[in-house]
Design a protein around this ligand. Sequence first.
Ligand SMILES: [Mg+2]
Length: 464
Amino acid sequence: MNTPLDSFTLSRRDLLFASLAGATIFPWISRAQPKPAAKPGRTEPGLRVKNIIRTAVKVPYRTVPARNMARELPHWKYIEVFEVELASGHVGFGETLLHYTFRSTQDENVAFAKGKNAASIMWDDELGAGLQMALFDAVARAMDVPVHALLGKQVHKDTPVGWWDIDLPPEDVAAEARTAADNGYLAFKTKGRPWFDIWEQAKKGDAVAPEGFSIAFDYNNTLLDAKRGIPILKDVEKYAITKIVETPIAQDNVPDGVEIKKHTRAKVAHHYGWPQALIALRNPICDGFVIGGGASRVMRQGTVAAMADMPFWLQIVGSSITAAWSLHFGAVHSHATWPAVNCHQLYTHTLLNRPIVVKQGRTPIPDGPGLGFELDHKQLKELAIPKPPTRPNPPRLLETRWPDGKKMYVANGGVNFMLKLFMKDNGYPYFEPGVTTALLYDDGSKDWKDLYARAKQKPVFSKA
Ligand SMILES: [Mg+2]
């Protein structure tokens, strides 16, 4: 195709003349001249944040997660979706799990972002999960690149993604392992807790797990020390499902951590940064990390892990919106080789135009613009609620029963109110076969109310 410049041979004098004459005589040459005062980015009007729309939604849990999240985590259903519109017309979206995130986006973050160049502020983790994600998505769309192109060089074409549940009774461990496997997953992370029978959890999970499927128990410190924890870890790792175990004891208990590594076979995963990464790298207390947070933190920590040749899993938690965001970090982190924990399988809705598909435990990295997925406004409209002013914390009473007839009642309080009792050696009962826990249904009776009032003060024990 002929362009005007093909038809002419221009001397320097012509060019000078053209630049002085401007568009009137040689309009094509005028267009080709760089803008003299351009400051790339800062003056680019297209990237200016023009508008931010926030929508609070309540996303239901699937049946099995619903009855288990009801104990300590009913508040994960509340999500805020952010849509950031740029002056160019590109719209990016993101989300904050309102009561479980490294940081939720506040009104002042939204006020700060308005009118700013989105590219100049998107790396600021202080803006909170939802706004940061939406800024990245918007900028990537405006640049016509996938989000991962803004994060670094793509080193993986697909990335491992795992299934997740909070603590479950043994039959639910089995049910969820089967559902995960049926949906293409090869890894499932759930919890090991002193109020469930860990031996039965492992046995029932293993019984339904297909070849190569792993179930990782995260103990959140509750094995307390090496002496008591090692026999349990060894029992659980007799099953083929055991490949990784997470935070068996307080991660900064280095001597006991070393003992655990010495006497057990499964890989040990630790949350990055506790104790300091240097201590975790100098002492044989873990084989890899759990990495999450905002974009800057995830890139920083993932780089340290790569430098130390330590694998990790990305733990960036939310609905499928967050899972989509996480895929882009999986694309650029060489050592994100353990299955990501995004928890989006909890929900009945994806909030996206298409689901995140897992095959053989892996998901392809999206290569469309931005997150590579579209927001489903129909779902958003269906699930929209007024944003709750505080964390919804309905009255709940948890009943734990031991085989000898002993019972314990714990009432809801702060986040992880039950777990917090058992994370340190507070003299509460340790792991035992046959123990189980369930919500004690509020039948409206005086008995329930009385018991609840007592348990609000401190856990109530009743003997057989
Ligand atoms: Mg953990």
